[in-house]
Structure formats: C-alpha cells, structure tokens
Write a protein that binds this ligand. Structure first.
Ligand code: ZN
Length: 494
C-alpha cells in the first residue's frame, strides 16, 4: 500500500512536497518552494536567516518538520541532532522550476536526488549564476566551519566554498524502469515550459501511481505528453497525483500561435523591439530565435541566457554563436569609450585599459563569455535599433537608459501578474515603458494544460483515485466522481 503525505502543493500553485511511503521506503516527489506561503511572511529584504538553519522556514510551515532530512551544518549550528542515516530514501524531481525543486538546498547531501539530465543542467545554472542564498542544489557548501589559526591561538572561519560535498545525483534516462528500494520507477518526459520536465510512474507488487508534475499539450513537444497518457493507460494506475494550474480554462494559446502572432506584429516594424520571456524556457527562446530569423533581426540575449545555451549545447536549441550576447555596463563600466578612470594626474578613457582589468567588473562565470566574438553592448542597439530583438527582463530595464530608444515595442511573453508582488513589479515595468515611449504587447503560451484537457486525460487513464495538486481549483476535479474516479483533496501536513 502507498501512503501519501502532502507537505505542500495542496490548494496552492507550486510548493509540491509529497512524501510517498511504501513499507519501509520513503521518497519525496518534488521538494519545492511555495511562493504563496513564502510571500506571506517574507519579501526581498525580509528573508529567512541562514544562521537559524531550517528553523525560520519550519516556523511558517515552509519546510516540513521532519527528522533526519536536513543538512548537518544547519542542524548542528542550531544545536539540533543530526542522525547518522537519512530519514528519507530519495527525492524524485519532476522538473527544475523553483516551486518543485528549490528547497533541496536544505536537504542533507546523502539523500539521493533523482532527476533528468536537463533538470541537472538547470539546477547547475542556478547554482553557478545565482547570487542569492540557499542555492546549494548540486554541491552542498558547508557553512559554519572553523579552522585553527596558523600563527596564533584561536580559530578563523573557513569560506563556505572550502568544504563542498557533492549531492548524490541520480540521473535517470527516460522511459526506463529503475529499481529504487522496493519501488519500480519510470521517468516519462512531458511538454512543459522548460527543458527536462517529467512525470513519474511508480509500481510495487500491489500498487501503482502516477505523478504528473507540470505538463501541457500545446508547446513544442505535445507528443511527449500524449505518450505519457499512453504509458499511464498501460500502467492502469491506482493513484494519480495530477496538476491543475489551469482547471478553469478550456483552451490554450500554443507556442506556434505565439511565434506566428509576434512575427506578424513586428514583420514590418522598423524600430526598437524589446522582448521578455522566462529565461529558463528554452522553447520560448527558440520561438523568438525563429521570429528573429523570420523578420530579419538578430536575437540579443544576456550573459546568463548565453551561459545556459552553452550548457545545453547540442540539445536542439540555438548555439551561442547564433545569437548576439549583450554585455551590460557593470562596476566601473569600462566596456565603452564613454567611461573614464583616474590615472596619475588625469582621467583617461577606458579603451586604454586592458581587458583583464575590465574582467574585474564581472562574475567568474561571465568572464569567458566576454571574449566571444558576438558580444554587443548598448551602443550597437542605440545605433541600429531595427537590427535586433533585445531580450529585456525586469533587471535589464536599466539598459534602456543607455540604449535611449525614442520609441518602440515591448513584447511581454510571460504569465500575467497574479499576486501583490508581481503586480508591484508589473507597475514599475509600465512606468519604464511609458518613460521610454515603448508600447506593451502581451502574448504568452502557458506551461500548463487546460482544465478540459486534464479532465479528458484523467478519464482516458481512468485511475481509481486522483489527488489534485498545484491548483487553486481542486473542486473542479470533482466532476470525475461521475466516472467513478474518487477525487481526494488531501489535508496539508506540516
Ligand atoms: Zn513548472
């Protein structure tokens, strides 16, 4: 028999943390962050303290109060016991969106993390490039370590990079059954708004279960999700844990629609065009790359997106040599010939300063990219605005000050603002657009199937029980009772 505990993802979108017990085995299905819960108590400058380990998170139910699962440095630093053996046998990650994976930072290194290759690469991207705390997703960098001083008595702190422990990463191949403890587990790829998203099929001698993760049928790879339906029909599962983000919608704008609508919109437009889309959605990047080709412009991406394209080299996405890489002015801003630095008794212009010095303005992971031949900066776009399709996310709005567009379009290809936090940022975007005389145009294809598609899919699979997760519309699943499918809205465990 399976037992399920839901520590997140019930009656909320995201925060999936589902504990699956079977006899003596215990596995988590995802271990994500609940944005809605976290935003209830915290904000950008009011963050959980690392010095309190996991306790600030547990205080508000953001992390489960469970023994034996959290990392040693956090536990010991807070004076809490650290068990010799982990309290769970592993975590299966459906995909690398934060609301499914972010909190693995807090887990001990010896809990195996099962994932796809692409999920691994995105977690690596986040770990390598993020400047925020709590991003030990692949390597656990031990905090709170001391070492004896060399010449005098006492101790000094060790930098956290000094002691790294590699997590037990278990990369799974799609469609292959793995024996994991007393479970047989198969990872099945689905279409979603970032690479490497999967559902999991779990079997034991007497029971079977499907966990869908997040999925859709209208992206670039709808066949994957259709194949999942087939695989589930074959499994004939007792239990289905199914996402329901868009239960109230009955149709979807497809990735193809997005490409066609934007292409038509800007084909004859001769001015500056900025675009914004979620950086990890490489299918959307591909959409904009295709649009750029169709309308005779060059897609301009930031350093982080270029770093990601490098990680995904050879996996069906554009190469970094196919796009232009935008280098922003940072620190001393020595990349153009308009910034000066003081030397001896005069202010000199930056091209006289050697490249090595310029590199100090950039993070380590950014430096190799600066040497690429296809880098550009604001001067290129300012001079030839009609030549480019400039990716401009929230943090890049400041580049508009340097680019100085006289007017133009801003194509927003991401989810509409949905809560207080996103509305505040959205209003700021509108102010920037008004200031620079840019007209907003919104076109987006969601990462999630419509309610109509989800109900149809569940009927086709015909499980005995459905647990709705990742949804604010659990009750919309209840019409499945007519098909003799039991719908269970589980209690949230803390
Ligand atoms: Zn997702």
């Amino acid at each position: 028999m399976f037992n399920l505990d839901f520590f997140g993802g019930v009656n909320e979108i995201g925060g999936n943390k589902i504990l699956l017990h079977h006899d003596d085995s215990k596995y988590f299905l995802d271990f994500g962050m609940s944005f809605s819960q976290a935003n209830k108590y915290f904000s950008e400058f009011l963050q959980p303290r690392k010095t309190n380990g996991v306790l600030d998170f547990i205080e508000f139910g953001l992390l489960p109060k469970m023994k034996g699962i959290y990392r040693e440095d956090y536990m010991k630093h807070s004076g809490l016991p650290y068990d010799r053996q982990p309290g769970v046998d592993g975590v299966f990650l459906s995909h690398a969106h934060m609301d499914h994976s972010a909190y693995i930072n807090h887990l001990r290194y010896d809990i195996p993390i099962y994932l796809s290759e692409e999920t691994y690469l995105i977690l690596k991207l986040i770990e390598d490039t993020s400047r925020v705390s709590f991003t030990d997703l692949i390597n656990l960098k031990t905090d709170f370590q001391l070492t004896p001083r060399k010449r005098m008595d006492g101790y000094k702190r060790l930098p956290r990079n000094h002691c790294q422990k590699k997590r037990k990463i278990k990369m799974m191949k799609p469609y292959k059954y793995y024996e994991v403890g007393d479970l047989k587990v198969k990872m099945v790829p689905v279409d979603h708004s970032l690479p490497g998203a999967n559902a999991y099929l779990v079997e034991t001698d007497d029971n079977s279960l499907v966990y869908t993760g997040d999925f859709r049928f209208h992206g670039r790879k709808p066949k994957l999700s259709q194949k999942l339906v087939k695989a589930c029909q074959k499994l004939n599962p007792h239990i289905m844990i199914c996402e329901g983000t868009r239960m109230l919608d009955s149709d979807s704008v497809s990735e193809k629609d997005v490409q066609q609508i934007i292409s038509t919109k800007i084909r004859d437009y001769k001015g500056f065009v900025a675009i914004n889309y979620p950086i990890r959605d490489l299918d959307r990047l591909l959409t904009f790359y295709n649009i750029a080709q169709e309308v005779g412009r060059e897609l301009v991406v930031n350093l982080k997106q270029a770093y990601m394209l490098n990680l995904f080299k050879g996996k069906g996405y554009p190469d970094i040599s196919d796009v232009a890489i935008y280098v922003p002015r940072k620190g001393w801003g020595l990349i153009d010939n308009e910034s000066y630095a003081f030397y001896q008794d005069q202010w000199i212009c930056s091209p006289k300063i050697d490249e090595y010095q310029i590199h100090f303005d950039y993070n380590r992971w950014e430096r190799d990219l600066l040497n690429q031949e296809n880098t550009i900066n604001y001067t290129h776009i300012r001079e030839n605005p009609a030549q480019y399709l400039f990716r401009c996310d929230f943090f890049e709005l400041k580049e508009l000050i340097d680019i100085k567009p006289e007017k133009g379009l801003y194509i927003r290809s991401m989810t509409e603002p949905f809560d207080e936090e996103t509305f505040i940022d959205y209003k700021k975007v509108l102010n920037w657009l008004e200031h620079f005389n840019l007209k907003m145009f919104q076109v987006h294809a969601s990462g999630h199937a419509s309610g109509k598609e989800i109900l149809e899919m569940i009927r086709e699979i015909n499980p005995e029980k459905v647990y709705p997760v990742h949804t604010l519309s659990s009750s919309s699943f209840q019409e499945l009772e007519e098909n003799d499918i039991e719908v269970i809205i589980p209690p949230l465990k803390k």
